[in-house]
Write a protein that binds this ligand. Sequence first.
Ligand code: ADP
Ligand code: MG
Length: 890
Amino acid sequence: MSFADDRASMTTDTTTSPAAPYWHAHEAVDVVYQLDSDIAVGLSQAEVEQRRTVHGANELPLEEVRTVWQLLAAQFTSPLIAILLVAMVVTALIGEYTDSVVIAVVLIINASIGYFQESRAERAVHALMELASPQAIVIRDSREQVVAARDLVPGDIVRLTSGDRVPADLRLVRTTTLDIDESMLTGESEPIRKSTDPVAESAIVADRFGMAYFGATVVSGRATGIAVATGLNTQLGKIADSIRTQARPTTPLQRRMKGFANRIAVVVLGATGITFAAGIALGESPSSMFLIAVALAVAVVPEGLPVALTVALALGVRRMSQRNVVIRALLAVETLGSTNVIGSDKTGTLTENRMTAVELWTADGTYTLRGDWFDVPPSDVAFIETLRSAAASSEAAIEVVDAEIAGRRGEATDVALLEAAYRHQIASAEPSRDPGLLALVPFESQRQYAYAIVDEDGPVLRAKGAPERLVGMASSSHRDVVLQAADDMARRGLRVLAMAQRKLDTTADEIDPVAPPEPSGLTVTGLIGLQDPPRDGVKESIDRCRDAQLRVIMITGDHAATAQAIAAELGIGADEPVACNGRELEEMSDEQLESVVGQIDVFARVTPEHKLRVVRALQAHGLVVAVTGDGVNDGPALKAADIGVAMGRSGTDVAREASDMVLTDDNFVSIAAAVEEGRVVFDNVRKVTYFLLSTGFAAIVAIVSAMAAGLPLPYVPAALLWLNVVTNGVQDVALAFDPGEPDVLQRPPRHRDEPIVPWLLWERAALCGTAMAVGSLWIYTWAIDAGYSQPVQRGAALTTLVVAMAVHAYNARSERRSILRTGIVGNRLLLASTIAALLIHLTAMSWGPMQFVLQIAPVPAQAWTRILAVAAAIIVVSEAHKLVRSRGWR
Ligand code: ADP
Ligand code: MG
């Protein structure tokens, strides 16, 4: 098929796809022409909209989220629900139809609340993840802009940088040492060096050097390309019409909650079995014993727990997003709460990443780079050569309006260097567009340098990068002098770059921009020191981390002395942070690293592989490690860490995809905030569980004691469900909304295996539950003795539990602190729900149909004084336990 045929088919077939499969065989300019675009201008916004209606969104269909039915069915999988189902059948069999209907209603209500909450939480999480979804840099209406990758259309001009996921099938128009990993398409794991040359029509995907395919990753280099296919029309779209999303992982908390539920189920079966057998042996009728068994089962099952757990997790995700953290894996929410170590990048996370060149060193002198526009460069030739090299391989650009710098574009280091050179009138405003530029090898952090080959009456190689790296490729004799000078600058917290150059003995024509010559035999002309101030609030945040027994370490590609100086300024590792160099790390075995990793505060000049080893070494001590990463090769370290943290602004797509959470502001402070929220989530789950456990204890003790004392059953099963699901139900959800206690960041991290409910709280739940049971039975027997009717007796017994639990919710708000400290207004939702719970109960008590269902009647005033006394007693019991067993109220 010829090019002309392609075009014919294009014009007749625009509604489906630009199915021309031979983009790789045509010159890039022809492709641009054929797709009616322009490399410099791009498409217009109107054109983009129009094309989107034809080609649709640039995405592959994801696996269905979860259907309504799956979500509903999931509500019935718990063993606790199974117990309720059995209870429903049993009550129906023994003729207690009201109870069975009530149980059925509760099951339905429970499933609907669960369904509603879960689908809401799921949608919220998805919406947040969208925030972290891939973006693309395009040129539209002559402007470079960032758009969501799904908005791309054929004809869009797209820019690629290392770390990007290729956002559509692209015909490459311009490349600079572009290496792409296409393993997901071709199975070839080695990156391929791309160019813009057309290849034969018959070339297989792996040989199409002029193409970059959707889903491949840019390992290094830069490129501009034109989108030729999007969404399902891409190569990837053709082989996989549905990208499977990860299987929905349950979080450890959810798994542990399941374990907890299973254990409760066993307790229920055991307790009811024994009670039932004992009752029969004592001559009770089987039907009354059945009823008691059902009541017990219903009382112990914490019906509200799954919903409260979902709410707490979803709420955690939301609170974190308000603090600039997008959670990509729900697991992170709780893991954050037990994080022990945060390994943070320096540049951009701890510091502002707003650099200024402040100092220039040459063999002849040290100069302060004041930003004066007309500052005449000193006669020192090396000064000029150094600035020239600093700008030559810069990818930054400066925008000048009325002889003033009005805008800057590009990576901070490059911008600062270019600005210094530009202010001294040594560089143009955008060196990457200089006509004399023969080749450019852009900066990649694993290489630690960049260079350009420029035509200055013959090709000159000009490099900038880490001093050790450039000195290593230099032939000059003053290496030690250079390294000493670099060290001096670094000790003052400056980021130091060396500049080097060499006149090449070839002609300009012989330079191949796709594979330019490697640098060697360089002459280092000078050093530039850049200042990058620490971010506001980071120091305070690190102080707070120390209180919270969270160790903060710095893992950076920068010079050890620079990193150490910044670490000291920020309070990492107290006054004298201990540093370890990438080279030293290289010489250690994994065992050696493990033995020293606890003492090292700063890892400098590290590669992504080193970062991975540091993470593993920390984990070998059983520590829970959060680590940040932004580069192409940070993926393995981010995955290995318990919490992989990626940067939302400066990070790469690859790092984001490997991460558990993304910082939308790249700020260290947000990590610490997320840890705090993670602790709050766990606390709240614990509070709710403890609260519900207390009800369970109260009901069991009361029922068993009543039975042992030969009293009639104080609560029918429906009444216990009322307590568990309705009056407690509104409160436990509100408890999940509890704001964090002021000391969440003043205690050590929770151990990752710490149970949801620790022994201390089992003890307290048993104690408070027993106190409630005693109170409830006290009032019950009083009502019996006073000769009230059975509904009044039962009403008094149930109301005692309802009121006591309403008060107990406030006891549950803190594990250690006194109720006098936590107060009652800190959680307004809880206050409102407590009032609501009491009003609902009062209403039910005097409303005919509910009186019938719960078998209760309004209680007399004398009962109320007793009920309030019991409620007050519950506070006293809980306070006493806190005082004795939690070493004071604090
Ligand atoms: P970090 O992000 O931890 O500061 P980088 O990988 O960005 O580490 O940088 C490592 C080293 O590479 C720096 O100390 C510097 O010497 C060099 N470097 C950084 N940016 C550039 C750049 N744009 N051009 C040349 N060299 C650079
Ligand atoms: Mg960096």
